[in-house]
Ligand binder design. Structure first.
Ligand code: NI
Length: 179
């Protein structure tokens, strides 16, 4: 287990479609997930996709614990999700500020579907099926985008809503919402 280097926007692997995982319950997959968990924890992220550590496989992790310092932030279950698929519930979208560990120090206003269903597998191959709303749905859409070579800046509708977080937000803010 080790913290891995997170590659940044401009690296070609962040624009590639990642490959499906074919074998579950392997030492290699467990190692990848452990590396991703260590890396996300070290950077205080809320989500991470395998391509961000230069592994082009369809593996994402995410999770936000309840934090009494930030009661406005929804908690999201700690999840390992492999070969994920998303289906949209309704057509409602909402815009919110996103950050990404591969686009450091920046934030952009990104529209996402408010409600989704998603399914995929954990590292042992057990099926995960859930409905998600709000921030939980946003995190999953952001991470699954990474597996298709999409970074959030390409989803910003008005590039005036993109900038450096220390210029955009004065006053206290936290870095636990990077994905
Ligand atoms: Ni990201």
């Amino acid at each position: 287990m080790a913290v891995q280097k997170v590659i940044k926007m401009g690296h070609p692997l962040l624009l590639a479609r990642a490959e499906e995982v074919e074998n579950f319950g392997t030492a290699e997959l467990d190692q990848l997930v452990a590396d991703m968990q260590d890396t996300m924890a070290a950077l205080n992220g809320a989500g991470l996709a395998a391509p961000q550590i230069a592994v082009s496989l369809r593996v994402v992790i995410f999770g936000v614990a309840e934090n009494p310092r930030y009661p406005e932030v929804d908690s999201v279950p700690e999840t390992v999700l492999i070969n994920p698929e998303i289906s949209i519930i309704g057509t409602e979208r909402e815009s919110a500020w996103e950050g990404c560990l591969s686009v450091p120090h920046m934030r952009g206003l990104v529209p996402r579907y408010t409600s989704i269903r998603y399914r995929g597998y954990d590292a042992q191959g057990n099926l995960i099926e859930r409905e998600a709303h709000g921030f939980h749905a946003r995190v999953v859409q952001h991470e699954v985008d990474h597996l298709d070579g999409v970074l959030y800046p390409s989803r910003i509708e008005n590039l005036k809503d993109f900038g450096f977080e220390d210029e955009l937000f004065s006053g206290p803010h936290h870095d636990e919402d990077e994905l």
